[in-house]
Write a protein that binds this ligand. Structure first.
Ligand code: ASP
Length: 587
């Protein structure tokens, strides 16, 4: 037997017992005649004591050990003189009688402590060492608990978990596919699923009216902190439901997670906000509603007074920063620099200070009287002491820039508190998005998303105005999930493909299997998928999803530990009938 107990469970109740423990050496301290070792496993840390006077040979052996050695000890549990209230086992220690080295360890390249000295790349290369650290361990434990609660909730709602293949065909999410060559079908390739979208719809045709899967999805996209080439979704689909059934069922899932994992009880239904309102008031389709600071349109109030920049703008809008009228020149300049960053794209910023004494100071005093500016301040609900920040330009771009400025001000004013959660549904997305470069429409969600019934005639007149029966769940400015009611009628689907510029043949080649299935009694259906990594990172209070994934990839899509991707041998390539055209050498 390797161990009688874990390193996290012995307490005063065990004093006097003989125990066997096994684990990794966290730390060795030599204090005069005593040597202390902190022995660690997944469950915690237990202090081992070696006494020079009692057994000098054993104590010398202990002193010769190193960090991260795996050892086994037999000893007696004793009450500690200096108790450590921060450790679950802090009241006791083990007086060691026998010591066995199970496996020595090389010196780790970084310290395995909560705060480590290792850089990110180094920690990714030695991920198994990084995963020994508490912060990562706690993230994986949280992830596990959340996965269990997801299953518990959905199982309780009659959902069944069904696996779908990884070697698949292109799915409709519109990102670039990862592909796998087929040896048995030379020249042909599988695509890894961007999601199980088409298969879950086929499962509805097959009659499995409540499906879910915690599933890997693959998208070959440029990576950022919150993106990985492979990520995990809680993928769900239901039949004989409309939009509100989905919203209620999956609001229930999120509430269940908040309650069981965080102890937070959301009693009220989540707010529902139209895409149009989200853009108009928050400049984003994923508004952070932990704080108000809504965007106020000032176009009609600010135009026509001879200020050229505003007179030429399609849209003028502002946000009111409460209590910021005393911002210095330097602070205003910093905000101006912020909005001028290429990712934000504003060309400048105008401010109006509503000073505490009631007077008004602005960067455009020359063009507007105090009374005119007062009308803007009123529209924005500003009080003395507040600062109105104004951007102008093309409508959509300016709203997005204001949305970013709003988040920046939210950060500066400490309004985006980590321990507050503000979930909402964003609904009524546009069905189609016009791509200027490609001169064609793209599906904003995917081509199987149903239009709002009363908007169907717009296919013939103004497709850009069609609203979709699509919805996103947003928490604290993060899109955690999204889905839609699906089209289940052949004719409507054909109309949609046509609007997207698919020829009949293209639609048939890519999605013919689904259209075929739809001929055999397709029930009305709808679904949603949650980004599980994002949900876990949100619950863990982390910005990046990397630290909630056991083996993530870096920004270049590489697994630094496996050193992957890697070259194939000539023989492998020949077998696949693939010729690599590159300057790099194959192995
Ligand atoms: N398959 C969709 C996605 O991955 C989600 C859905 O519509 O259910 O975005």
């Amino acid at each position: 037997m390797y161990r009688t107990h874990t390193c996290g469970e012995l307490t005063m109740k065990n004093v006097g017992q003989q125990v066997t423990l096994a684990g990794w050496i966290q730390r060795i301290r030599n204090l005069g005649g005593m040597t202390f070792i902190d022995l660690r496993d997944r469950y915690g840390i237990t202090q081992l004591v070696f006494n020079m006077e009692k057994n000098s040979q054993l104590c010398e052996e202990a002193r010769a050990l190193g960090r991260e050695y795996v050892i086994q000890v037999i000893g007696t549990v004793a009450e500690r003189e200096n108790k450590n209230p921060r450790l679950a086992t802090g009241d006791i220690e083990i007086l060691v009688e026998t010591l066995k080295i199970i496996n020595p360890s090389a010196i780790p390249p970084f310290t395995i402590e909560d705060e480590t000295d290792g850089g990110e790349e180094l920690r990714m290369k030695y991920r198994y060492l990084d995963l020994r650290r508490n912060p990562l361990k706690n993230n994986l434990l949280l992830r596990h608990r959340m996965a269990q609660e997801v299953r518990r909730y959905l199982d309780g709602q009659q959902f069944i978990e069904i696996e779908t293949p990884v070697l698949m065909k292109s799915t409709p999410e519109g990102a670039r596919d990862f592909v796998v060559p087929s040896r048995m079908n030379p020249g042909q390739f599988y695509a890894l699923p961007q999601s199980p979208q088409t298969l879950k719809q086929i499962l509805m045709v097959a009659g499995y009216d409540r499906y879910f899967q915690i599933v890997k999805c693959f998208r070959d996209e440029d990576l950022r902190a919150d993106r990985q080439p492979e990520f995990t979704q809680i993928d769900c689909e239901m039949s004989f439901v409309d939009r509100d059934d989905i919203l209620v069922t999956f609001e229930g899932l999120i509430k269940h997670l908040f309650k069981t994992i965080k102890g937070i009880d959301f009693t009220e239904p989540f707010q529902r906000m139209s895409y149009a309102d989200a853009m108009a008031y928050f400049g984003s389709d994923k508004p952070d509603i932990r704080f108000d600071m809504k965007i106020v349109e000032l176009t009609s109030k600010a135009k026509g007074k001879g200020f050229g920049i505003f007179d030429q703008a399609e849209y003028i809008g502002g946000i009111n920063a409460t209590g910021c009228a005393d911002y210095s020149r330097k602070e205003i300049d910093a905000l101006t620099e912020f909005v001028k960053r290429p990712q934000i794209g504003a060309s400048g910023m105008v401010y109006v200070k509503y000073q505490s004494d009631g007077s008004i100071k602005s960067s455009i005093d020359k063009f507007y009287t105090a009374d005119e500016l007062r009308i803007w301040l009123e529209a924005a609900g500003a009080k003395p002491g507040d600062l109105l920040l104004i951007l102008s330009g093309a409508r959509e771009k300016t709203l997005k820039a204001l949305g970013n400025l709003r988040l920046e001000m939210g950060d500066r004013l400490g309004l985006r508190k980590q321990d507050i959660y503000a979930p909402l549904w964003v609904i009524d997305f546009p069905l189609l998005e016009w791509d200027e470069e490609m001169q064609r429409y793209f599906a904003m969600h995917h081509p199987f998303t149903a239009p709002v019934d009363e908007d169907i005639p717009l296919f013939n007149t103004d497709p850009s105005k069609i609203r979709a029966k699509a919805y996103d769940m947003v928490i604290n400015g993060v899109e955690v999930g999204g889905g839609s009611v699906r089209i289940h009628q052949k004719d409507l689907q054909a109309k949609m493909f046509e609007a997207l510029g698919f020829t009949r043949e293209e639609a048939e080649y890519q999605f013919g299997f689904l259209m075929n299935a739809f001929q055999y009694g397709a029930p009305p259906h709808a679904g949603i998928a949650f980004g599980f990594d994002r949900l876990v990172s949100l619950f863990a209070g982390l910005e990046s999803i990397r630290d909630v994934i056991a083996f993530p990839k870096n920004n270049a899509g590489r697994d630094l530990m496996l050193d992957s991707p890697s070259y194939l041998t000539e023989a492998q390539l020949n077998e696949l009938r693939i010729k690599v055209v590159t300057d790099e050498k194959n192995c």
